[in-house]
Design a protein around this ligand. Structure first.
Ligand SMILES: C[S@@+](CC[C@H](N)C(=O)[O-])C[C@H]1O[C@@H](n2cnc3c(N)ncnc32)[C@H](O)[C@@H]1O
Length: 170
């Protein structure tokens, strides 16, 4: 099963919305098995992935809240379904901002309890696109529960929603 709602089609949609140039250096924060990293490389980007518990050799092991990458080193950061489960969304946004070049893009899809725009702006991102994907996320969760698969250690409850966000480092 995909590690995030919408699977590959969703990743492709984020890439199209962000209008990244081929060859761009992209970091997947919380890359899991590296599906998105593989896709990005196939599409002509220079992608790498980091995960606390990588599932597959294409993804490096590491904590995205404390990355060893130098500042200002990526054209884009992608993260799908990973910032929320890290338990520190502002910290993850801070690290994404640090490693991005000026004007670099953040392609994020994740759970938020409140509107993501203020937290994005507080972290130094201009929000270019915001789409509510909560219906697709609910479907994804039901399917995962039906198959007895886990969707991360923390199951969000309450009035949270799932957002697709394209941001730009200001
Ligand atoms: C729901 S999975 C999504 C995986 C992948 N992005 C995908 O869409 O298939 C969340 C991932 O975030 C990773 N993760 C959570 N906190 C992390 C952290 N602080 N540093 C690195 N990875 C983390 C987990 O290990 C897990 O692989």
């Amino acid at each position: 099963m995909n590690g995030h709602p919408g699977g590959e089609a969703h990743t492709r949609r984020m890439l199209a919305l962000a209008a990244l140039e081929k060859g761009a250096g992209v970091l997947d924060m919380g890359a899991g098995s590296g599906e998105a990293v593989r896709l990005l490389n196939e599409l002509g980007y220079d992608a790498r992935g980091l995960d606390l518990e990588p599932r597959g050799e294409i993804v490096a092991q590491g904590d995205f809240l404390h990355m060893s990458f130098p500042s200002v080193s990526f054209d884009a950061v992608l993260s799908q379904c990973s910032f929320f489960v890290s338990g520190d969304v502002p910290g993850a946004l801070r690290e994404a901002h640090r490693v991005l070049k000026p004007g670099g893009k953040l392609l994020l899809s994740d759970v938020f309890f409140d509107s993501p725009a203020p937290v994005m702006e507080a972290a130094g991102f201009e929000v270019l696109r915001l789409e509510d994907m909560t219906d697709a996320w609910r479907e994804y969760y039901l399917e995962a529960l039906w198959r007895g698969e886990s969707c991360g250690s923390e199951i969000p409850r309450g009035k949270c929603r799932y957002w697709l966000i394209i941001g730009r480092k200001t």
